[in-house]
Design a binder for this molecule. Structure first.
Ligand code: SF4
Length: 221
């Protein structure tokens, strides 16, 4: 699959845990606010981290780490993802998987094989075709998204839902609608859209959060 990024220790990517982070290439979505779009559109511009090197570092660090976060891009696109997660478990480390939830069949396999300890799934917007498609940048199968949500909602795997909030789209009524749809969720976190380098240049700076606009003004930009 090619591992395109490796952070040895992070306090941010798995709340409450210390984890390493592996970045996998490619994604089937084109979220206009995506800040990892180089990894999505041009992964060939990044060298691969050899697994042997990663394994050596994880072995050195494993007494400090709780686990490894697998992110991207969209990790579930890779048919050899189960093998990677199995290797990480073989090192005695837990696995957190970040996903956009578009491949429930891969999630079903990973969860049934107990290869995922924590699942963080993006929820892009209200569960209707128009809203979701706008945030995802492509047409989305809402039934597939709901299937993936069910893994967390049913408690089959520990996890949470995450939404990147773009103020122009995720207005108070929209967030209220999403809150209703996620009322059974164990956890729903919001992250601020970063207007600095989004996939869609039209979303830059002027459509960011108020505090970011204020910071830009303070910097004279
Ligand atoms: S799901 Fe969207 S935000 Fe996440 S990597 Fe893919 S395009 Fe980027």
């Amino acid at each position: 699959m090619g591992i395109k990024g490796f952070i040895e220790t992070s306090f941010l990517d798995w709340p409450g845990k210390i984890c390493a982070v592996l970045f996998l290439p490619y994604c089937n979505l084109r979220c206009p606010y995506c800040h990892n779009h180089e990894l999505v559109l041009h992964p060939d511009r990044f060298s691969d981290f050899p697994w042997d090197t990663i394994q050596q570092r994880l072995e050195v660090l494993r007494n400090w780490l709780d686990g490894v976060c697998i992110t991207g891009g969209e990790p579930t696109l890779h048919s050899d993802l189960p093998e990677l997660l199995d290797r990480i478990h073989g090192l005695g480390l837990a696995v957190k998987l970040d996903t956009n939830g578009t491949h429930p069949e891969m999630l079903e396999f990973l969860i049934s094989q107990k290869l995922v300890d924590y699942l963080a799934m993006d929820i892009k917007g209200p569960l209707d075709q128009k809203s979701y498609g706008r945030s995802a940048g492509v047409r989305i199968s809402i039934p597939e998204i709901k299937k993936s949500m069910e893994f967390i909602l049913s408690g089959r795997v520990a996890g949470e839902f995450r939404t990147t909030v773009v103020p122009e789209w995720h207005t108070a009524p929209v967030l209220a609608q999403m809150a209703l749809e996620l009322k059974e969720a164990p956890k729903w976190t919001h992250q601020a859209f970063n207007p600095a380098q989004p996939l869609d240049p039209a979303l830059r700076v002027e459509r960011g959060h108020g505090f970011e606009r204020a910071a830009n003004k303070a910097n004279g930009s």
